[in-house]
Design a protein around this ligand. Structure first.
Ligand code: ADP
Length: 627
């Protein structure tokens, strides 16, 4: 019988992850009882170390991709979005309020501030935020520069002073986006999310009142009116996204366009780092995008949260976050083979690392990587099974000048891959068969999907065994780090200005993850990274349209699927986003798509996507049907 799947939680949290996994029949990792590598999911609020990525085994998953700080720290996000705007223009990259990083860009800020003053338009407001704090700490709003006082690195951002209000209260949206993979870019957004309200009426004449201007729950739950009924908002300071949808329905607005613009924000923000995030097929990451909608229904990106808070403070939290985590586990796509980790070991006594690091010659191999060389592997539950020693490595092709130690590490991985235990493949095939017949109700499969799994057979098991998937090489670097806090609510983002600075700025470092060669489109030149047109979609992995409440938002058509298959062609993606948004922006006379062109685009094969946002997400192709 297959063993249970096992999870590890760093620093004992978050509780909702533990609860959901235990309900699904998982077991919690116990250091005293289990081998170091005897787990399937390691969940941390903070960043993983390099070695943790490098030692990842086929059945293991981590809840962070490496090197995503380029969007999750306020100054890095500002820098990267500015670069994207400079490269691709502001037609699409217009969703972030003008931002300056101080003290570095003080002169630029001063000049903008003065320019706006002399034009004598309506008053302009600014918001100042420390780059490495969260939960609204250290934030203030000002109109006059004499009120700008700071003693740490901050960003000063144009304050969106005309937000959409509900019963006079300001709110923002917490959108949960999951990057299933950066290579190829595969993004899902969850249908549920949070609407976070301020608890005092919005008023520009009281800039110092945090309960009127900041929507952080950590602030508003201590506000004097938190428990009071506040018009349509009601008590407390949170709604579910579903309730917000109801609200939108009651208004006469082009709801589809709003949702699509939010989709765009998520995709365009991720594009800013996607080419330079090292590939890690066994990582999945949940980001919290904070979006403010203004009176004109234009959404603005305020920030992207690394490890969005998962604490369950109220009923709304429970509704949203439990479903979210459950669907996230489904999205991680554990298969029967993942629970067979011990059998694989017993049969072969070797494990194939998920990363094969390409390392400069002069960089020493981290000692931890060598633990698999000739290591005696003992299994906790193997009873009387004797320890096994890795077989000698003989005929493997190695990079020419790699030292012997490195060679053996690579070899052990490749060797193991070639000799996968037959028992696994049989079981995998059996599982496939059962899934295809949608009769996955037996006990064994329940161990994988769990009694609460909301994944249907059509969406699981696309990559039956990630270990077998072709892998990109990884060049190692320092992992940009956050602190050890488990939730965004507790996170103080550590001041690693260098490490976390723009991916495009960061000089290549030894022991650094590969600074990906940027696609040529970054320098504005065409062609070099264009993929050859593939004859049809057959053979390409098409990620499922939805998994539980997660809706696939990227790739969203055949062109973006192709554009992301090898090196991401950002320019093609932009073009497609532009087209899509234009089509949704003209509801009266939605552009009739030329049938021939559409057919050419997909080479006659079907590829569709759902529009994330509306209650019953429509197929994009339906959105464009001529009215
Ligand atoms: P933190 O990480 O401290 O929560 P945020 O950038 O999310 O920092 O800002 C906190 C709150 O301040 C937001 O939830 C929002 O209500 C408000 N806010 C932040 N930036 C702006 C802005 N540019 N315009 C209007 N309100 C803003």
């Amino acid at each position: 019988m297959a063993a249970s799947l096992v999870f590890r939680l760093h620093d004992r949290g978050p509780e909702v992850v533990r609860e959901v996994l235990l309900e699904r029949g998982w077991e919690e990792y116990d250091q005293e009882e289990r081998e170091e590598e005897d787990w399937n999911l390691y969940w941390r609020g903070s960043a993983f170390r390099n070695s943790e990525y490098h030692n990842l085994l086929p059945w293991q998953r981590l809840n962070h991709h490496p090197k995503t700080v380029g969007i999750t720290r306020k100054d890095c996000l500002a820098r990267n979005l500015r670069k994207m705007r400079a490269t691709f223009g502001s037609a699409l990259y217009d969703f972030s309020p003008t931002t300056f990083i101080l003290p570095n860009h003080y002169t630029r800020f001063l000049s903008e501030y003065n320019n706006l003053r002399v034009t004598r338009g309506p008053p302009v407001y600014w918001i100042c935020k420390p780059v490495d704090l969260s939960r609204g700490r250290g934030i203030f709003i000002f109109e006059d520069i004499k009120d700008l006082v700071y003693d740490c690195s901050v960003i000063v951002q144009r304050y969106v002073s005309k937000p959409l209000l509900i019963s006079g209260y300001k709110f923002d949206l917490r959108i949960y986006a999951c990057v299933k993979s950066f290579h190829p870019l595969t993004v899902y957004i969850h249908q549920e999310g949070l609407v976070r309200f301020a608890t005092e009426k919005y008023n520009l004449s009281s800039l110092r009142n945090p309960y009127a201007h900041l929507t952080n729950t950590s602030i508003n739950k201590f506000g004097p009116f938190y428990k009071a009924a506040k018009g349509r908002v009601g008590q407390g300071c949170r709604w579910t996204m579903s309730k917000f949808r109801h609200f939108l329905h009651s208004q006469d607005i082009n709801e589809l366009l709003l949702w699509q613009r939010i989709n765009n924000i998520v995709t365009l923000t991720l594009l800013a780092i996607a080419p330079s995030v090292p590939s890690c097929p066994n990582c999945v990451e949940l980001f919290g995008f904070d979006v403010l909608v203004d009176v004109t229904l234009k959404p603005w990106l305020l920030e992207v949260n690394y490890s969005p808070a998962l604490s369950l403070d109220c009923q709304v939290d429970i509704t949203v976050k439990r479903g979210l985590i459950s669907d996230l586990i489904d999205l991680m796509n554990y298969t029967l083979s993942d629970s067979l980790r011990e059998r694989a070991d017993r049969g072969h006594g070797c494990k194939r690392l998920c990363f094969r690091a390409k390392r400069p010659r002069h960089v020493p191999t981290p000692p931890v990587l060598s633990r698999f060389e000739g290591t005696k592997i003992q299994k906790r539950r193997s009873g009387g099974q004797s320890a096994q020693t890795l077989p000698p490595i003989k005929t493997l092709r190695q990079p020419e000048k790699m030292n012997q130690r490195q060679s053996r590490q690579h070899a052990s991985g490749a060797d193991c891959q070639r000799r996968l235990p037959p028992v696994d493949s049989n079981q995998i095939n059996a599982t496939r068969g059962r899934l295809a017949n949608e009769t996955h109700r037996d006990k064994t499969l329940n161990l994988i999907f769990g009694p609460c799994s909301r994944t249907n057979a059509s969406v699981v098991n696309r990559r039956t065994c990630p270990a077998l998937a072709p892998q990109r090489s990884l060049h190692v670097s320092e992992v940009t780090s956050h602190d050890d806090a488990e939730t965004e609510a507790e996170t103080e983002r550590t001041g690693e200005a260098d490490a976390s600075s723009s991916i495009h700025d960061t000089p290549h470092r030894e022991l650094g993850f590969r600074r990906s060669k940027l696609p040529n489109i970054y320098s504005g030149s065409h062609g070099a990274v264009r993929m050859e047109r593939t004859p049809g979609l057959s053979g390409q992995h098409v990620p499922p349209l939805r998994v539980g409440g997660f809706i696939r938002t990227f790739p969203f058509n055949a062109a973006t699927l192709r554009a992301s298959r090898h090196e991401l062609d950002v320019k093609v993606v932009m073009k497609e986003l532009h087209k899509l948004t234009a089509q949704l922006a003209t509801p009266g006379e939605r552009l009739r798509r030329d049938e021939e062109e559409a057919k050419k685009e997909t080479d006659g094969e079907e590829f569709d996507a759902l529009l994330w946002g509306p209650k019953d997400p429509p197929l994009l192709s339906q959105c464009f049907k001529p009215t």
